[in-house]
Design a protein around this ligand. Sequence first.
Ligand code: SF4
Ligand code: MG
Length: 336
Amino acid sequence: KENVLEVKDLQVSFDTYAGEVQAVRGVSFHIEKGEAVAIVGESGCGKSVTAQSIMRLIPMPPGRIKGGQVLFGDKDLTKLSDKAMEGIRGSDIGMIFQDPMTSLNPTMSVGKQITEGLMKHQHMNKADAAKKAIEMLKVVGIPNPETRAQQFPHQFSGGMRQRAMIAIALASNPKLLIADEPTTALDVTIQAQILDLMKDLQKQLDTSIILITHDLGVVAQVVQRVIVMYAGKIVESGPVDEIFKNPRHPYTWGLMKSVPRLDLENKEELDPIEGTPPDLFAPPAGCPFASRCEYAMNICKKHMPEAVEVGKDHKVACWLEHPLAPKVENPVKKGG
Ligand code: SF4
Ligand code: MG
């Protein structure tokens, strides 16, 4: 299948008074046409910085794309002028954020915000754009769209605002939609509704999606593929079923055990990963997870493990996959 996006060896740093923070350290992945992919990891793992770098939304300086390529169609987005990039944002690539209030204009009716986008990016006339705006509000499941279009963002509930944000992002018919923690601020029921909506829209419109989240629990519903990031690197990636049924990286095992399960009434049975991620001022030479990994061996601290293919499209960067490594049981697969 055709790739919509290809990220090659992306490296992003922030220059601070204390030194260089290496937030993204050589990340490569691709997104196919119509495919939904999740990038998961704890806060500070580099997932949001990766998304923001694709969109060129990191503040530069202090941010800096140190190396690599972001190929979108025939363009390398890291090389585009600010003006050309602005044309791509909001038309070819849409973005939705955790807090829609930061990207919705509080002084403009929701309908007008969609209409303006359509006029600007789709070159529609005002009447057609206004009609399409109401259609979009209907598509994202906002009741009484004619009335709602006249209202301002503060008159919407959190879930409705996120729907409006999705309508704005999708109105320009983007090839790629990047959603950074789109449901984190919402309660569980609304969260499920928004995820369902994203899934439906992906199918209907054949839009590719990158879903950025710290919560593995929300990805199964929406995506076909999962990329797990830790300390600025990809540690595991694979088809969503593989990641859930046969995760291979100890960090992914930890993430799995810390997912709230609907079948467990008592949340205390959740098992958070102990310790903290490494300092990205001076990233470790070896496996970044070594300081928290209960399976760490001597080699782990000295040498970075290379990603190896352990199944179809399933890659893991861990020394446990080396033929000479001791065999350890996958605690998630065991059903523990
Ligand atoms: Fe643990 Fe070593 Fe694998 Fe890193 S490479 S996750 S430290 S076993
Ligand atoms: Mg984030």
